[in-house]
Design a protein around this ligand. Sequence first.
Ligand code: ANZ
Ligand code: ZN
Length: 816
Amino acid sequence: MSEYDPQALQAKWQQRWEEMEPFRASEDPADPRERRYMLDMFPYPSGDLHMGHGEAFGLGDVVARYWFQRGYNVLHPIGWDSFGLPAENAAIKRNAHPAEWTYANIETQAASFRRYAVSFDWSRRLHTSDPEYYKWNQWLFIRFFERGLAYRKGGLVNWCPNDQTVLANEQVIAGHCERCGAEVIRRELTQWYFKITDYAQRLLDDMEQLEGGWPERVLTMQRNWIGRSEGADVQFYIEGREEPVTVFTTRPDTLFGATFFVVAVDAPLADEICAPERRESFEAYRSAVAKLSDIERLSTEKEKTGVFLGRYAINPVNGERIPVWAADYVLSDYGHGAIMAVPAHDQRDLDFARKFGLPVRVVVETGLPDPAESGVATPGEGVLVNSGPLDGLPKAEAIRRIIDILEADGKGRATVNFRLRDWLLSRQRFWGTPIPIIHCGDCGEVPVPDEQLPVTLPDLRGEALAPKGVSPLAAATDWVDVECPKCGGRAKRDTDTMDTFVDSSWYFLRYCSPGYEDGPFDVEQVRKWGPIDQYVGGVEHAVLHLLYSRFFTKVLHDMGMLDFTEPFVRLLNQGQVINQGKAMSKSLGNGVDLGEQIDAYGVDAVRLTMVFAGPPEDDIDWADVSPAASQKFLARAFRVFTDVASEPGVPYDQGDLELRRVTHRTVDEVTKLIESYRFNVAVARMMELTTAARKAIDSGPGPADPAVREAAEVLAIMLSLVAPYTAEEGWERLGHTGTVALAGWPQADPVLLVQESVTCVVQVAGKVRDRLEVSPDISEEELRALALASEKVQGYLSGEPRKVIVRAPKLVNIVP
Ligand code: ANZ
Ligand code: ZN
């Protein structure tokens, strides 16, 4: 095997690694090495690995392998997010059990990961669909339930008519089901929720810990999703109604500009206060709106719609009577489901006012054209007018002032609202974790006792799993009918399963002690490994998965099980692999198959192509990259390894100085580049080192020079981060035993980093008086001091010079 043969290398080294297990994390408490926890978002077993996996895991592996080389005790585990709908749909189609499809795919992916040479600790592998894993979902659910953080309530929910299941708000994308794309409708159902809203403020505050470690755009998305608004609750009486109605407003300063009042058409209040003569039109309107998604309702493009309810509200500060309307642009589940409308300063209100001929009154003078005429509301800064006691005040002050007034009169108060809703976690599908609750006519909701966990899924398959609008579990009566754990009476199991985001909200903790039987994880082990030093995954998880994981972490912290409050210290979002400018898709026929690429070019060339294509966050267009060129480069590097003609252990310092300088500068730069995620530039530096070594072999000091060996060894170690097979074989050809993956990261010798000096001319009054040998990157201050300290220069100076002009590194001009 003198020629570079990637497929042969793969076969050989895969087997060696299997024997060596070089990537097992050590649990030995006496192990003195610093620990590092590197995690890739775990895969869903939908088939074999695809190009996206190739990129994400290839990038993550650069970090993990770098840490191995640095001598850390690294935890780099792998598992599968193996519950979920696709398995169930496949099972219905094939009259099979979802487990068959799931576990077959897992085996396929596991084999592909091994071939792809990702540095996993295989001993910690987990699958969320294993009862040994989901038992702890149930255990956690019960702990949440006991703490009042899991509860059941009825309400309107998002329902996918195709998948026949409830969806969380987060799973509705522009009114459509995230999974199948069907249009989502609203349905009244009793469902389980996690009370994530209790943690809204902490989810926001703790983001401070993530600044600098997470991409700014992800932090922004999290912030927007949580959606904190400061404002005031203001009470309005409605004529003929005993109790006042509260509205939430971020602009209490505009209270004197409220010209009408709007109730969400689907809020119970609208139904309650609707005047009899308006009922018919109200009901017709309400059923039309029921078909719309929140996104459509809130769209600013959409024509405003609404109906007058025949009633009037009283403005609490000036006693004015304003008409009450029902409309869809006010949501029933935000704030209090009713608003005071200020058309002059809120665009939605203005659109509505213009459509229905309602008055517009400016109360903040902004200097912009009158909204009633321009059609453009003026939400910005200004001075209050037409507002009684607020007149003349700037906006911010007016807000404070009106809140004081309202509070003094008991008509309102300062308040904070969050856009975040509680997490709807129950699903009416089979392939998930059964909710461990038993419903008893006498005792109500009774948790399954811990010692009876896990509640395993009944054995259903094929047609029995077909969606029927209720959970398929409901039909398994043997499974459903149980004794109440409290009173022993006849009771029924809850038939819903959990959202699979529950599974992924804590799996990273389980990896620290995967076989642990006394709890979801061994608290001591997590204390040692956690939190995750580096998390790598797609930006599609910027909201959901990350928010839920952060929530779980905080709850577990409050339960005394974790000593940290944020799970992921650093986050890297890799780009997507696309082709010809577009996302790969079956319909476009532009798909690229990872396995085929590997068959054609070898694992190393594919991995190197992924890493070299650009910054990790950028998309990779497979049409613009060349795995063939990557393979050629690897063959060149390989030839350098095989050409080295000295023995291991030769003293490098006897080698060619010029090549040694290149090698050490490369080490210095690549180290910094890897640590700042600029992996593509690091690869470029490795390529340059390869070229320099080649030149030294062919037309320089020759293959036996110790500097050539040094360059080749450094190259093998650095290359092991992206092209592990080539690096291993090269390392062996260089006469080493063991794996290159643990050879140790090279250290740059600072002496060799100093470039040859530059001559600096020092002039006094325009005449050259001295020449100094200085470093090319000397600073201006240093050079100035050096020039003034020169004895030759001193001879021409008497006291402080009038002026010193420094042009580092080549010239200093002194005016005496
Ligand atoms: C009067 C007002 C005047 C408002 C003004 C805004 C500007 P954020 O920032 O998103 O929290 N609002 C309150 N509850 C609502 C609901 N259930 N559905 C739709 N809109 C609702 O938005 C708060 C503002 O959105 C509130 O402040 C209210 O309109 C509206 F110049 O009150 B505002
Ligand atoms: Zn009971």
